[in-house]
Write a protein that binds this ligand. Structure first.
Ligand SMILES: O=C(O)CCC(=O)C(=O)O
Length: 286
């Protein structure tokens, strides 16, 4: 299918052991350039408040996220189906792939409120098994200074941590209470077009962006077709309880089914919650 092996057995082993993987410059510069131009155009659109999420830091409004980009422009729905990404996912997700959600996070520079606290995506949307992966595409070079994604290797093999505070789901972990050694964290860095893959239970976060410009990270979530949402899953682009046909149309590899694979996975219910946005949940300054 591809001229050279897209994923080596060493990389597969690395992902299985560590719960993450980075493929440097997997997406061509030409595509990245097109996406960046599209984002620029959308930011100049007079209806931009329809697409973007803004937060106020120190009395200044910053654009933190493009919501559901795959619903905003075809370019995004094409890139989420990128052949190389789907091929890798098919290997890592045991054969089948269903699209789950999309977002484009900007992380404005020098704003503490734009730090994303430690969390597991699994806490937001538990499924009947944990074959779910989040894919990140860096739209610009992203190194330590830019506030890259960072992960705790092997954490996908540990428990589901407590993401509640005062009886509300807050989408973040108290690392001190949970005795998490964040010194073990690895930064997922790379030039524009690099793609990160992290397991749904991998503990991750991202720090302050110390550069002078925003750090655009396009994120796509995927699941194995036989992983079924257990509870409230507002992150997903479609709710199977409401529209099964549309849910099945999210399948990129594999066939629809109504007999999910039930694995012995640790879960906590992400309720009650005051918001569906990670920024609001983690109480980033407005
Ligand atoms: O934008 C980031 O740095 C990380 C975002 C993230 O982990 C999330 O939205 O779940």
């Amino acid at each position: 299918m591809f001229n050279k092996e897209i994923l080596s057995s060493k990389e597969i082993k690395f992902y299985k052991n560590n719960g993450y993987l980075v493929k440097k410059e997997l997406i061509s510069k030409k595509i990245i350039k097109k996406i960046n131009q599209k984002v620029k155009n959308l930011l100049n659109d007079k209806n931009k408040s329809k697409y973007f999420e803004f937060l106020k830091y120190n009395n200044k409004k910053y654009c933190v996220r493009l919501k559901n980009p795959h619903e905003v422009d075809q370019l995004f729905s094409n890139i989420l189906k990128d052949k190389k990404i789907i091929h890798i996912l098919q290997i890592l997700l045991k054969g089948s792939v269903r699209f789950h959600h999309s977002k484009l996070n900007f992380k404005p520079p020098a704003q503490k409120g734009a730090i994303i606290d430690w969390h597991q995506d699994w806490a937001f949307y538990p499924h009947t098994n944990d074959d779910l992966i989040t894919v990140g595409i860096y739209l610009e070079d992203c190194f330590e200074i830019n506030g890259p994604l960072k992960v705790i290797p092997r954490s996908h093999k540990s428990k589901i941590y407590n993401h509640h505070e005062s009886n509300f789901f807050v989408g973040k972990i108290n690392v001190k209470k949970e005795k998490i050694n964040i010194l073990k964290a690895k930064n997922l860095i790379g030039p524009a077009g690099s793609v990160t893959f992290h397991h749904v239970r991998t503990l991750h976060a991202s720090s302050l962006n110390m550069a002078e410009h925003s750090r655009p990270l396009l994120l796509f979530g995927y699941s194995s077709v036989d992983a079924w949402p257990i509870t409230y899953d507002k992150g997903s682009s479609v709710d199977p309880n409401i529209n099964l046909k549309s849910y099945d149309r999210l399948i990129l590899k594999g066939k629809p089914l109504i007999q999910p694979r039930l694995e012995k996975v640790p879960i906590r219910i992400p309720l009650p919650r005051k918001s569906d946005s990670i920024y609001q949940l983690q109480n980033k300054k407005k």
